[in-house]
Design a protein around this ligand. Structure first.
Ligand SMILES: Cc1cc2nc3c(=O)[nH]c(=O)nc-3n(C[C@H](O)[C@H](O)[C@H](O)COP(=O)(O)OP(=O)(O)OC[C@H]3O[C@@H](n4cnc5c(N)ncnc54)[C@H](O)[C@@H]3O)c2cc1C
Length: 385
């Protein structure tokens, strides 16, 4: 396809992108289909990502990162997603590096930063974030997992569901109720290590797509954490979660945009090769018009996503605008996946074809990180306030 103009690309990023692509060529692509079929990605992939310097690039150098801007982190997500290996990047570049590490950078004590961040950069520790519960997803203030004050710390009881990296994780940022009667003002965050007594991983959940990305239920029974394991202020967890939203949403939006571009690329290749009625599928007017419409939508969207990336890099991206990016890109990703799959005919429905995997993977994007409906709530609240 015509290359998309990218307003934030520069020579350093171009060199960096070559090393990311090389890593995918050598360490991810040769194994990816097998991992998807086995529904499991080996733990060693985390260490390899760490060795290659691809985890948590945009955290300060003093904690092991490269100290570069969000553009570098976005570029890694972009390349993994456009190459169709998003199951790896959603857990590693999304949750681990894009969310958990930044919670610690922005809210952690000096001790927490020194202890956890270098381990997350190297891949020695895998991070997860536990907010969602069986009874509370969108409505997070209604979580039931409790952290009760005891001598020297807290006792945690409850369970979480749909937790990305649930099987591989070594450290979980856990949202708990510390004041059950205070609604959103009674939520706190804790650093819980997977070695803690009373912590139990549920089995890996069966999903529609993103099979090698592990998603699990987690259980906490009288898990003791010390006062030092509180992340951010007591009862300030909800506000902290809100502050981190623009970054989380942009990580998902960047992945969605790149996935759209990647799907268009593989579909263009396919329709130029496949024939019906004595001509290429690409020569039917329906095919050309469908692709023209999709390519136009994706390119127009790219300008907005690029603008949001730069705003976030300057710490100027507001939550409503980030929500617009998440809403628009993930909805378009669903449309592109559906329309492109159609152009593959029956082959598109076969999971050995990448477009079938992209179709299934795309579906989750409109649900996690806040559903499309919640994005509309946030955007409309800002509009009519
Ligand atoms: C693959 C995957 C990975 C995930 N990873 C994580 C993770 O790492 N950590 C984590 O904490 N969570 C994770 N989640 C959970 C995810 O964030 C939640 O599923 C999501 O926030 C929705 O919550 P819910 O499933 O409880 O749906 P519900 O909140 O029950 O929503 C059901 C439906 O009602 C709609 N709805 C709810 N409230 C409103 C409203 N106010 N207005 C209009 N419509 C509304 C929703 O949009 C949705 O369509 C993951 C989910 C998936 C699928």
């Amino acid at each position: 396809m015509m290359p998309f103009y990218c307003s934030w690309m520069n020579e350093d990023l171009r060199i960096f992108s070559d090393s990311v692509s090389k890593f995918i060529d050598q360490e991810i692509e040769p194994h990816y289909v097998e991992w998807e079929q086995n529904k499991w990605m080996p733990r060693t992939v985390w260490n390899k990502l760490g060795e290659a310097g691809l985890l948590c690039v945009d955290i300060p150098e003093e904690y092991g990162g490269i100290g570069v801007g969000f553009e570098f982190a976005a570029l890694i997500v972009d390349i993994f997603s456009r190459r169709g290996v998003g199951s790896v990047s959603i857990g590693a570049m999304g949750v681990h590096a894009g969310i958990v590490a930044h919670y610690i950078v922005n809210m952690g004590t000096e001790e927490q930063k020194q202890y956890y961040l270098p381990k997350m950069v190297s891949g020695e520790f895998v991070g997860a974030i536990g907010m969602t519960e069986p009874g509370a997803g969108s409505d997070l203030k209604n979580i039931k997992t409790s952290a009760k004050k005891v001598d020297g710390g807290y006792l945690i009881n409850g369970s979480k569901i749909f937790i990305s990296n649930g099987q591989h994780c070594d450290i979980i940022i856990l949202a708990c109720k510390t004041n059950p009667d205070a609604g959103a003002r009674g939520v706190s965050l804790f650093m819980v290590e997977a070695t803690a007594k009373g912590f139990v991983r549920g089995s890996k959940l069966e999903k529609l797509g993103m099979h090698c990305q592990d998603t699990s239920e987690l259980f906490f029974e009288d898990v003791f954490v010390s006062d030092d394991d509180l992340l951010g202020p007591l009862d300030g967890g909800f506000i902290a979660m809100m502050q981190e939203l623009p970054r989380e949403r942009m990580v998902l939006a960047v992945g969605a945009q790149a996935a759209c571009e990647g799907m268009l690329d593989i579909t263009l290749d396919y329709v130029k090769e496949r024939n019906a009625f004595g001509q290429r599928i690409a020569d039917f007017q329906n095919t050309r018009f469908k692709l023209a419409e999709l390519a136009t939508k994706v390119r127009v969207q790219k300008a907005f996503v690029d603008q949001c990336i730069l705003l976030l890099a300057e710490n100027k991206l507001d939550t409503a605008t980030a929500s617009m990016a998440k809403l628009h890109t993930t909805e378009l990703q669903g449309l592109v996946a559906d329309e492109c799959l159609q152009l593959f005919g029956g082959y598109g429905y076969m999971t050995e074809y990448r477009i079938a995997r992209e179709y299934a993977d795309a579906r989750a994007q409109r649900i996690y990180g806040g559903t499309s409906e919640i994005m509309k709530e946030i955007i409309s609240r800002e509009l009519v306030k």
